[in-house]
Write a protein that binds this ligand. Sequence first.
Ligand code: NAP
Length: 521
Amino acid sequence: MTEVLPSYIAGSWQTGQGEGTTVADAVTGDPVVRVTSDGLDLAAAVDHARSVGGPALRGLDFATRAGMVKALALALSERKQELYDLSARAGSTRADSKVDVDGGFGTALVYSSMGRKGLPAGNVVVEGPVEQLGKEGTFVGQHVLTSRRGLALQINAYNFPVWGMLEKLAPALLAGVPTIAKPATQTSYVAEHAVRIILEAGVLPEGALQLVSGAIPGMLDLLHGQDLVGFTGSAQTAAKLRGHPAVTERSVRFTAEADSLNCSVLGPDAVSGTPEFDLYVGGLVAEMTSKAGQKCTAIRRAFVPRGVIDEVTEAVSAKLAEVVVGAPGAEGVTMGALVGTDQRADVRRSVEALQADSRLAFGDPTKVDVVGADPEKGAFLGPLLLRAEVDARTPHEVEAFGPVSTLMPYDDRAQLVDLVARGHGSLAGSVVTHDPDFARGVVLDTAALHGRILVLDRDDAAESTGHGIPMPQLVHGGPGRAGGGEEEGGLRAVYHHMQRTAIQAGPAMLESILQVADDEK
Ligand code: NAP
């Protein structure tokens, strides 16, 4: 019988009871693991984080915590091949795994470096200047940030089992807050192995990181006002969790990163033959095919000037025709599988919904040529390009979480801004243009609708990280539909796990309190 995936709770690896959910290999359809948390003592995990992990982390200074984050990143880096191999079972090619696995430990390394360079000695952040509050200067105020005395429950989506976990774990560790990671069932075996590597490296104090494989019924009931929930996943689950009494009544700090209908805009200057035209086409194809389009930041809506839409369609279709779908690692394969056949069915349903007012310009949702695997047993789907008119509704409402994007024309900048706004808030947008006036107009008019905007042209392309890659130094998150959160964003992500307190006192007293805090590092 297929083995049950363990959880790491209160200092030991434990397995849940019962049948659970059997997770199938995305490529072969064979069972990989069973996932169940039935019978696990989730309350013990919460207690352990509070009574063991929290005090241990709070007793360390920022520099030591930054060292731990670096050490766990290096441990993962040394054993990355193991994670690549498991990720292949979830449908990821080597290039996809680099985004998740290398992107994960790379993010942790950046956090470690930001922590070393940007956080003070000791474990208290003194923020801003001393504010004089009385005429004589005998009464002053000062903001400080200290570690919250709770835990961070981190609920992750299936598409980034390693990166998604590490981008939440690293700032929590730096802030001195213990983590309970809850990966999505579908790829929990990849996340479990990453946690195992970290724990085997022995670089974290006990209780700093626990893992629940499977559901977490009742766990939010145990959370209180010093705790945090960081959620990544669908808008529906985000809404459910946001409405939980832990959040609405006990003020658990809650952040959501949800789905989003990200857009990319081609500037009117970027006609065929310009470097920007090619960058746009290449960027769109990369976003459609990287991780088989299962990226929260992928381009779902592609806006181009009406006059070039046929040329863009042709150029994108020509590149998509070169994509080889198949088993990760098989000869010539450039795009792997979706995470499972349920997900493929879901994407097909979404494409059908999109076709209410869009038409397929490239690809066939019902069949695909596959190299090195059975197209039906594995969760394969070829890339699908749709085209819609300016009055179409569904491209601004339906997220097909796969290799799917919709091309739409625009006639002028005002109409373009209106079209962008119909997505109701996105994680990432891009504008591909070499015209500073156009870039300025679009960026400033749509900045409030985005967490991040890339302006791409011939001058920054060589070093650009691309439309879909969040950087830990910068905001990852977005308004409205994107969840309203800011998950990454430099040291702000660390401060998010800390409490800001205004201390009011006499200047000498304040100095002595802060001095003591400094000495206690
Ligand atoms: P999902 O079904 O909402 O699941 C997300 C996570 O929530 C999983 O770990 C899931 O666990 C857990 N969950 C579900 N119900 C829960 C509950 N009642 N209480 C506590 N946890 C619960 O989303 P998904 O299908 O995994 O992810 C795909 C979506 O995520 C896409 O829409 C994508 O756009 C979005 N996404 C966003 C970002 C971002 O950064 N904004 C990144 C990646 C993906 P189980 O798997 O065990 O049910």
